[in-house]
Unconditional design. Structure first.
Length: 286
């Protein structure tokens, strides 16, 4: 048969046979696509990527982890300095300052601070403002992001971060969560991670010997350690650190869920004697 343009088109042999047999010609179904090896592999990789963090999280009760940003810097040849330091070897002022700065209800919520989140959402005038909102992200959420997700603001990342934070709070004690955070947070502009590396860079001393003022300056760096520098703090950073130090003095029980009573009592006694905050790196092991 000649077409409208005069060209002759031959039907596929299977179509001719189906027409003779009176059978309908089946179209490809969705199940046909799902049977393709590439699609199956893609779904498998995606499922593993989503489920794997939930399997790894309980192991971090005993295993000291690294962050995805550290892994990325290692993979790209960038500098990474991290000295894993048990929380008992970090001055109690540091976790207290971090809680005062980042998450006042760290000890009372279950990974996600719903009250704070409602307040943040209520203050958003339009959808575009969500990209500029930092509040409402708990320390546990930041641990989830740093351990398993990527940096930057994203609706997809937030959707993955929420259940991960709830799971981390369920399987890890608060003290361990804080210990992990204090060892994976980025604390300098040149690949410094963790409170120990941050303290050595900023104050030339171990995190064990930081006083409340220095701890507050470190905590004030956390939103952006590339622009905020505790080693040479700008007036705005000093004011922010002063605000955090005031919170620490007014609410010393903010860190009740992470502190060791005997350790803290000894540290507070040393602060009273003026012996904390004078140590340097000389004579300390690396």
């Amino acid at each position: 048969m000649m077409g409208a343009g005069g060209d002759r088109r031959q039907p596929h042999p299977r179509c001719v046979q189906a027409a003779h047999d009176g059978a309908s010609i089946p179209l490809p179904s969705r199940s046909d696509f799902s049977k393709r090896p590439v699609v199956r592999v893609a779904f498998f990789v995606l499922a593993v990527a989503i489920v794997l963090p939930y399997g790894l999280a309980p192991l971090y009760r005993f295993v000291d982890p690294v962050s995805t940003l550290m892994l990325w810097r290692w993979a790209t040849g960038a500098r990474v300095e991290r000295i894993w330091t048990p929380i008992g070897r970090i001055a109690p002022a540091v976790p207290l300052a971090v809680i005062a700065a980042e998450d006042n209800r760290f000890c009372s919520h279950h990974g996600v601070d719903l009250g704070e989140l409602r307040g943040v959402i209520g203050g958003i005038d339009d959808v575009d403002d969500l990209a500029d909102v930092r509040g409402g992200s708990t320390i546990t959420q930041q641990v989830a992001k740093n351990l398993f997700l990527w940096q930057g603001r994203s609706y997809v990342r937030k959707a993955l971060e929420f259940p991960l934070a709830l799971w981390l709070d369920l399987v890890l004690p608060k003290r361990r969560l804080m210990e992990i955070y204090l060892n994976i947070a980025e604390w300098g502009p040149n690949g410094e991670f963790g409170a120990e590396a941050g303290a050595r860079r900023a104050f030339n001393r171990s995190a064990l010997h930081l006083d409340p003022r220095e701890a507050a300056l470190l905590a004030a760096m956390l939103p952006n350690p590339h622009r905020r520098d505790a080693r040479s703090p700008a007036p705005a950073l000093r004011r922010l650190a002063g605000l955090y130090q005031g919170r620490m003095a007014a609410r010393p029980g903010l860190d009740a869920c992470v502190r060791a009573r005997v350790r803290r009592a000894s540290w507070e006694r040393d602060v009273g004697r003026g012996t904390v905050g004078r140590g340097t790196l000389s004579g300390e092991g690396h």
